[in-house]
Ligand binder design. Structure first.
Ligand code: CTP
Length: 407
């Protein structure tokens, strides 16, 4: 959502300004252009040189910059970009905004902008809880200003703690992304705006006893990439995930589960959905009766016998759901042989619309790797896709799904 977007970043004067340097990096890593404005106070904490070096942009500091003002620079700064982000937003800056004061470049831009504004406050807890600040925040919220944080924790001042810490840069980047998504959905610019996409991801763990479980090698990368791509396409996304070692995708509802049975009830509870994509590598079997205590060796040298029973098939269950079957239901088929035939039979058996088939033989490196080579199997035929990064595979699946849904 941040890729290719232009963000005016106003840095005001608080100790949290040092975190804005990391914020610039995070926003740029996600493909955004960051145009910094620093108040006089901010320059007491971090230098324009550092901010300029990290953003690779001119840093604006003065309302009366002759070079920028010959074409009314502050108005252009306020209007020509996608989002105005204030991090940190001090109590003083919020107070000026609430009262329409425009006595420096930052406040003039804030008064003149017609773009969405997101503020990440940072101040001492007493200042945050002061009735004046609370009132100012309320006023600004009424005017449509969005807030992220502040968080609670230790303050820079010795012995002070409470609500007032600036949110972490990753959280601010996620909030910026959410604001831009909301605007794009409202303007009807995203193909899955207003749609609900439900995705399963990762492996399941089937307990044997309190310390052991049956699992598989799924990393969850493809399912998580699908969740991020669906979110970027404007959808409200629910990601039901088995245990994975991946960061949570931004702005997605995550439901963490362990076993196939838990995954099935999480999925059923989150229906209805317009699109469901079952990318999880669900364990086919579970132990018939999970041991309440750790299974011990009995000294005979004979291993215990584990009786397995089949797990519920989540894709097939929702594929045959009379009322709540999603309009578009997509499954995966992880195969090591007869890829297309097996995919076709899964399509029929589970009543899916598409099966994304991939060869997971160890030599392909797909399981756990970053790339994927897939075939899209539907009732109208089989398409071979070239090898792509898992995020690109996800983006393509989501683009095709949106086109299918929107007819
Ligand atoms: N799937 C599911 N619930 C299961 C097993 C599989 O929802 N208990 C889904 C997977 O998420 C995937 C599709 O069904 O979208 C196919 O999964 P796969 O493991 O390839 O097939 P299985 O049905 O398990 O068949 P087999 O193990 O015999 O290949």
């Amino acid at each position: 959502m941040l890729s290719g977007r232009e963000i005016v970043l106003i840095i005001s004067g608080g100790i949290a300004a040092y975190k804005s340097l990391d914020l610039i990096r995070r926003l740029k890593e996600r493909g955004a252009r960051v145009i910094p404005i620093m108040t006089a106070g901010a320059q007491e904490f971090v230098t324009p040189l550092a901010v300029g070096a990290l953003s690779a942009e001119k840093v604006f500091t003065s309302l009366f910059d002759r070079e920028a003002e010959h074409d009314v620079g502050h108005i252009r700064l306020a209007r020509d970009h996608d989002l105005v982000l204030i991090a940190p937003a001090t109590a003083n800056l919020l107070a000026k905004m609430a009262h329409g004061i425009a006595d420096d470049l930052a406040t003039a831009v804030l008064l003149a902008t017609d773009k969405p504004v997101l503020a990440a406050p940072a101040m001492n807890p007493k200042m945050w809880q002061d009735p004046a600040t609370l009132r100012n925040v309320e006023t600004l919220e009424e005017r449509g200003i969005r807030f992220v944080g502040p968080a609670s924790g230790e303050m820079a001042e010795k012995g002070e703690a409470g609500i007032g810490r600036m949110s972490e840069p990753l959280e601010i980047a996620a909030a910026a992304s959410a604001v831009l998504k909301d605007v794009a959905v409202r303007e009807g610019r995203l193909p899955l705006g207003g749609k609900h996409v439900l995705i399963t991801s990762g492996p399941t763990h089937e307990p044997i006893d309190p310390v052991r479980y049956i699992a598989n090698r799924s990393s969850g990368k493809q399912g998580h990439a699908l969740a991020a791509a669906a979110c970027d396409a404007g959808a409200r996304v629910t990601l039901v995930s088995g245990p994975v070692d991946l960061p949570d995708p931004d702005n997605v509802e995550i439901v963490r589960v362990e076993s196939a049975s838990e995954m099935l009830s999480a999925v059923e509870n989150r229906l209805p959905a317009d699109i469901a994509i079952m990318a999880a590598a669900v364990a086919d079997w579970r132990v018939a009766s999970e041991g309440a205590q750790k299974i011990k060796k009995d000294g005979s040298g004979k291993p215990p016998t584990l009786e397995l029973v089949e797990n519920p098939d989540i894709l097939a269950t929702i594929g045959h759901h009379e009322i709540l079957r999603p309009k578009l239901l997509i499954g995966f088929a992880a195969e090591t042989q007869n890829l297309v035939d097996n995919a076709r039979s899964k399509l029929e058996r589970k009543n899916a619309d598409w099966i994304i088939a991939n060869d997971v033989s160890p030599e392909t490196g797909i399981m756990g790797g970053d790339a994927n080579t897939v075939r899209l199997v539907s009732r109208s035929g089989v398409e071979d896709w070239p090898e792509m990064d898992k995020y690109d595979v996800a983006r393509e699946i989501i683009a095709r799904a949106a086109a299918e849904l929107n007819g």
